[in-house]
Design a binder for this molecule. Structure first.
Ligand SMILES: *Cc1c(COP(=O)(O)O)cnc(C)c1O
Length: 493
């Protein structure tokens, strides 16, 4: 299996190189040269434990790592740092099936990939006989940052740098990041939004002068964002796993198609679902759910991607994104691998904030349904679902749930649906408590952890014990123009 860029016909690279680089030298994203079929394992899914399934899928994509290496990575990642032995349980509520992806150490689905990425990166570095220290450069909309810090903190031969939008993450997300220990970590708030932060980071990853300076000091950049295929591939696993759970619970018959709904920001998680479908997972519709930042809804409806609009701060901050990086991989695919066209579209996006796809490309997107939820709908549904079933969703998951309900009403499609449940409600206590009509006045987000727990009988996740009492290690806040110099300072180059 080799990987090539979406923007040029440069020679493909092996997976170990794609993982270490994170992004192609031409600014494009790496995509697998072919998608392996896994349809033969569908019937086996109910009997496969998460680790075994992960190893089987990773092996297909990371073919230059040895089977032994992959097993070691999987064993180290999916252990008891997840608070349930199933790793990704499926829970039914309100007629939908929630694939709970937030049982890892940082309480969001980002743990599913970021608890294995450091191991994949180390194995890849060994494979490439790399002597350089790997510097992970990360922009976060709230959850990637902590999950990446957790994964890379203290890992020899790596450093991890995280930039988050200073006023664009929840109090609890911020506390998780700024209290992170580890000599190899650096965290800074940026006066700007996620899009500003992500574009600065993407630019820096392929900046030639920076690249030279790094090399002189024996460093190399990589990315922990979902632009890195090492993030994306482990995310394919849980869609197969979720399908297996539906089979073993008797909710579907083998081969029966399901819908998958994903609360979407950077388009990474739903792209992994699309890859699962391409590999033979029986999927009818992929339901792409946005919050009020509904660029993707417009895109699926009109075939025009237009980020020229104000970014709206919502109660699902990890989806407050106007430039969904991974969409580039999908439009490359539906352009029938037309690198020139994708390059020109991405240039348009950079300079004018907009691009149009062709009618043919749009026709090939019929497997997707785009929808969005406004704040009042997402809030109302958290309260309503709880009242009806006792199930508590976080704000992001509620966006997907809301869109699923709208989709069902609109189309009458009654296909069994798996909703990617992306974060623990305890990460967004103020919003969730408000939605549940619990008193929030005069209480901090941290105090509301107990309020939420006491009123819903859900246990407080261990990761949040005393989160407000931990010393703040990272106090830096910078202007977005200073991201490059902050990196240089931390690395002393
Ligand atoms: C990152 C994140 C998302 C969006 O996922 P993408 O892969 O960026 O589309 C949704 N919900 C939560 C809780 C997240 O942390």
């Amino acid at each position: 299996m080799e990987y090539k860029s979406t923007r040029s016909k440069h020679a493909p690279v092996p997976s170990s190189e794609a993982i270490i680089r994170g992004i192609a030298g031409d600014g494009g994203l790496y995509i697998p040269c072919c998608i392996p079929s896994m349809s033969s394992i569908i019937d086996m899914l109910p009997g496969l434990e998460y680790k075994k399934l992960a190893a089987m899928i990773l092996q297909k994509f990371l073919s230059d790592l040895s089977t032994k290496d992959i097993f070691r990575c999987v064993e180290s990642a999916y252990d008891d740092k997840f608070d349930t032995p199933e790793i990704a349980p499926v829970v039914e509520a309100g007629g939908f099936n929630f694939l709970e992806l937030y049982h890892g150490p940082t309480l969001a689905f980002k743990d599913m990939a970021l608890s294995i990425l450091p191991y994949l990166m180390k194995s890849s570095a060994e494979k490439q006989q790399m002597k350089n220290e790997i510097v992970i450069l990360t922009a976060t909309s709230g959850d990637t940052g902590k999950a990446a810090l957790q994964g890379f903190s203290g890992v020899k031969g790596t450093r991890i740098i995280v930039f988050y939008p200073e006023n664009g993450v929840s109090r609890i997300q911020k506390a998780q990041m700024v209290t992170q220990n580890g000599d190899n970590t650096f965290v800074a708030g940026v006066k700007g939004n996620f899009d500003d932060t992500q574009s600065a980071v993407k630019f820096l990853l392929t900046d030639e002068t920076m690249g030279k300076k790094l090399k002189e000091h024996n460093y190399i950049f990589s990315s922990a964002n979902s632009i890195n295929i090492g993030r994306l591939i482990p995310q394919i696993v849980y869609y197969f796993y979720g399908y297996g759970k539906l089979l073993s619970k008797g909710k579907i018959k083998s081969g029966e198609k399901i819908n998958i709904a994903v609360p979407t920001g950077n388009f990474g998680n739903i792209l992994a679902a699309h890859y699962a479908k391409s590999m033979g997972l029986p999927v009818n519709k992929l339901i792409c759910a946005s919050n009020e930042n509904n660029v993707l809804f417009d895109f699926f409806k009109l075939g025009t991607y237009n980020k020229n609009r104000p970014l709206i701060k919502t109660s699902s901050p990890s989806m407050d994104i106007l430039v969904s990086s991974n969409l580039e991989r999908l439009i490359y695919e539906v352009s029938e691998q037309n690198e020139e066209l994708i390059s020109s579209m991405m240039n348009n996006l950079n300079s004018n904030g907009v691009y149009n796809i062709t009618e043919d490309m749009k026709d090939r997107l019929s497997g997707f349904y785009g929808g969005y939820a406004v704040e009042s709908e997402a809030f109302k549904n958290i309260g309503q679902l709880y009242k009806e079933t006792g199930y508590v969703m976080d704000t992001h998951t509620s966006v997907a749930y809301t869109v699923c309900k709208k989709y069902k009403d609109e189309t009458g499609d009654s296909t069994s649906t798996l909703i990617a449940s992306t974060a623990s409600p305890f990460k967004f206590t103020r919003s969730v408590c408000r939605a549940l009509n619990l008193p929030v006045e005069g209480k901090s987000d941290f105090e509301l952890i107990n309020t939420l727990s006491q009123n819903t009988n859900l246990p407080v996740p261990e990761a949040l014990y005393d989160i407000d009492k931990k010393p703040i290690v990272h106090k830096t806040v910078i202007d977005k123009e200073n991201i490059k110099s902050a990196v240089s300072n931390f690395l002393r180059i």
